[in-house]
Design a protein around this ligand. Structure first.
Ligand code: G3H
Ligand code: 13P
Ligand code: ZN
Length: 333
């Protein structure tokens, strides 16, 4: 048993309390490899932003949970080396689907876990979430739960269509499960194809697809039911069109990739939404940078020569999110 406290990590209690009161959101960035982790920490150290490093099921399969945990421990030391005296870094399991998985993360030093039982019936979701909460809270590990279903693929949980969170269920769910934060469904979804073209309008000036707005009415009803309770938004990548264009320019084939407009995320960050999950945008930034090097320097074969620019590009993206979208810069001085 390793406590996250020994590793210099923090849970989400203080982070979320301050974020809700201050009208900003904590970035929750997924990481699968060293370059992503370095870019996240460089961006957060430079802006003094609290951060949640997320490990998904896919990341565990790809990189190994133990390695990622040691990388998070390394991230704390790296942050200090970069001059961030008091780094506020949380290591979080993204979309945990069983009690055993959540327990294994708690036992090996994660400071926060998500139990995603959103595909189960209401009572079963409460039961499983409560079981995780009872275990995690013994070690001061915070627990995110989910109510409502996002459209698209939720790791291995697939849902044909989005089922918005029902505001009338949130009080009972939060009270009986004891979760520390709640992921809700208000129209976001995972990946780079969040909306079908037929759901969008076309901007006559740019010819770009304009997605339907998020259900802010549902969010505000939830806020009224659970004043001050930390709300989480998954699927919050904006799918920057310049990155999509770069990928396509250099041989990619991303068609009709659409994300959540940043002004809507800015608005959400001012509400009880205090954790915003971003993964796809980092994948796009990385892919665009690598494709550019491959196209412009076909003789290059040193991975550092393409992973380096990819890391720089991701850092730029993370800084932009922190400063211009989530408003978390300077909140972890
Ligand atoms: O929730 C979805 C995240 O983007 C993680 O995706 O399972 O492919 O790592 P992944
Ligand atoms: P995106 O695919 O929009 O980046 O969402 C990531 C996410 O919600 C991770 O849990
Ligand atoms: Zn998610």
């Amino acid at each position: 048993m390793v406590s996250y406290k020994e590793l210099g990590l923090v849970n989400t209690v203080e982070m979320f309390k301050k974020a809700v009161a201050g009208g900003y959101a904590i970035p929750a960035f997924n990481f699968n490899n060293m370059e992503q982790m370095q870019a996240i920490i460089q961006a957060c150290a430079e802006t003094k932003s609290p951060v949640i490093l997320q490990v998904s099921s896919g990341a565990r399969k790809y990189a190994n949970q133990t390695i990622l945990r040691y990388m998070a421990e390394g991230a704390v030391q790296y942050a200090k080396e970069l001059g961030w005296e008091h780094p506020q870094i949380c290591l979080h399991l993204d979309h945990g689907d069983t009690f055993e998985l959540c327990k294994s993360c708690v036992d090996m030093g994660f400071s926060s876990v998500m139990i995603d039982a959103s595909s189960l019936p209401f009572e079963e979701n409460i039961k499983l979430t409560k079981q995780v909460v009872e275990y995690a809270h013994k070690y001061d590990v915070t627990v995110e739960a989910e109510l409502g279903v996002l459209a698209g693929v939720e790791d291995e949980v697939s849902a044909e269509e989005s089922h918005y969170t029902k505001p009338e269920e949130v009080i009972e769910f939060a009270t009986r499960s004891g979760c520390d934060s709640l992921a809700i469904s208000i129209g976001t979804s995972h990946g780079a194809y969040k909306f079908k073209p037929e759901q969008c309008k076309v901007d006559p000036a740019t010819g770009r697809l304009v997605p339907p707005p998020l259900a802010f009415d549902v969010l505000h009803e939830i806020e009224k039911k659970l004043p001050g309770f930390p709300i989480v938004l998954h699927g919050s990548s904006s799918v920057p069109q310049d990155e999509v264009d770069t990928i396509n320019k250099y041989g990619g084939a991303l068609k009709a990739a659409v994300g959540i407009p940043e002004e809507q995320l800015r608005e959400a960050a001012k509400s009880a939404v205090c954790k915003i999950n971003i993964d796809s945008d980092s994948r796009l930034a990385m892919t665009a940078a690598i494709r550019k090097v491959f196209a412009e320097k076909p003789a290059e074969f040193d991975p550092r020569k393409y992973l380096g620019p990819a890391r720089d590009s991701m850092k730029k993206l993370y800084m932009h999110k922190i400063i211009n979208v989530l408003g978390s810069a300077g909140k972890a001085e």
